[in-house]
Design a protein. Structure first.
Length: 120
């Protein structure tokens, strides 16, 4: 009986973890001492190391990004955007994405980082 209860407990723990909402693409974030773990996000823009841009896990061209952000702003007047850029991405591409966010009229923009490791 205890084995069955333990199995059910583990099953529900794993099932709950798999249902968490992950909007961003997996990228290798740069570290920052002022980084926080809890960020309320609405739109996730991910830039992979090969320069591909994702809008909430959907690949998107840089030219189409401004239109999608403007559509998002029309649905929600004050959305927030989190930019998840791999640390090996060219700085110019990140600036171009940030420029598209500003042009679309969105003012709540953050760049995701991971906390610095204690040995750094």
């Amino acid at each position: 009986m205890i084995d069955t209860m333990f199995f059910l407990l583990v099953f529900f723990m794993i099932a709950t973890l798999s249902m968490t909402l992950q909007r961003g693409m997996p990228v290798n974030l740069p570290e920052a001492a002022s980084s926080t773990d809890k960020i309320q996000e609405e739109v996730s823009l991910s830039i992979t190391k090969d320069g591909t841009i994702f809008f909430n896990k959907e690949p998107i061209a840089l030219a189409e990004l401004e239109r999608r952000l403007t559509d998002t702003r029309q649905r929600d007047p004050d959305p927030s955007v989190i930019i998840n850029a791999d640390e090996s991405v060219q700085h110019g591409l990140v600036i171009q994405v940030m420029d598209k966010v500003r042009i679309s009229g969105i003012h709540n923009m953050s760049i995701a980082t991971k906390p610095t490791s204690p040995d750094s």
